[in-house]
Design a protein around this ligand. Structure first.
Ligand code: MLT
Length: 255
């Protein structure tokens, strides 16, 4: 599994969202290297993966197993598992499957529930579309929605960066991940039983997953900490790296 790594100390596994790659976490690789061993992998099929996904559907559990294998390869027994959006769905799947490998959890711009019926139809449409026409149109549409209005105005170059990141992903991987998200289970019932330290982090201007989802998750997870970053959108670590890093840093201290 391709990954970037920086720093030493508590292993912090950063899982990108859909349809991103490990470069989403570039600010954290520099900004958090003095506070943790930061590890940012490409999920199967994304980023530097040379081959196409070997199956038409990549489930959250498939990604979780890949990440367990990565920790094995790096000889890391337990890591803080941090995921943004789809990465958060993967983080919950990881905790479910490998609680003994989970030192803590950071759930960022994500939700615990499953897709609605309408949402599933949308995933199928996304998969069909990218397999038919490639990822450029999806990138054009998603990139601005993933940033807050404030960021779009102040840093328009970030829209182009996110658009480029999405456009370079392989259609087969994007389709397989979309269909995997459509099949993901409702993990809300597991929230009250979570016993690892958990940080729930979101931007208050997230247009993809409203901050109400994060507030609900934080309320359901015993002892969790909630941080809502003002004026940040879906890609909070990229848009507001200082606020993101500060929140994760102070969470990591006692973990
Ligand atoms: C993501 O950023 O991973 C997506 O917004 C997740 C989703 O489409 O549910």
């Amino acid at each position: 599994m391709h990954h970037d790594e920086a720093g030493t100390g508590t292993p912090l596994l950063l899982i990108h969202g859909f349809p991103h790659d490990r470069t989403l976490w570039a600010p954290q690789l520099t900004g958090m290297a003095d506070a943790a061993r930061v590890i940012a992998p490409d999920l199967r099929g994304f980023g530097a993966w040379a081959d196409l996904p070997d199956r038409p559907v990549l489930t959250m559990e498939d990604h979780a197993r890949d990440l367990r294998d990565l920790l094995d390869a790096l000889r890391i027994e337990r890591a803080v598992i941090a995921g943004l959006s789809m990465g958060g769905y993967v983080a919950l799947a990881f905790l479910d499957a490998f609680p003994e490998r989970t030192r803590g959890l950071v759930l960022c711009s994500t939700r615990a529930g499953a897709d609605t019926e309408e949402g599933r139809k949308g995933r199928q449409a996304t998969a069909d579309r990218v397999l038919r026409e490639g990822t450029a149109g999806l990138a054009e549409e998603l990139a601005p929605q993933m940033l807050s209005a404030a960021t779009r105005t102040a840093r328009p170059e970030l829209i182009a960066d996110v658009r480029t990141m999405i456009a370079r992903q392989r259609p087969a991987a994007v389709a397989a991940a979309a269909l995997g998200m459509a099949r993901r289970m409702d993990r809300r019932p597991m929230l009250p039983g979570i016993r690892v330290p958990t940080l729930v982090l979101t931007g208050d201007a997230d247009e993809m997953i409203p901050d109400t989802e994060s507030r609900a998750m934080a309320a359901a997870i015993p002892g969790s900490r909630l941080v809502v970053v003002p004026d940040a959108g879906h890609l909070v670590g990229l848009e507001a790296p200082q606020a993101f890093d500060r929140a994760v840093r102070s969470f990591l201290e006692p973990v």
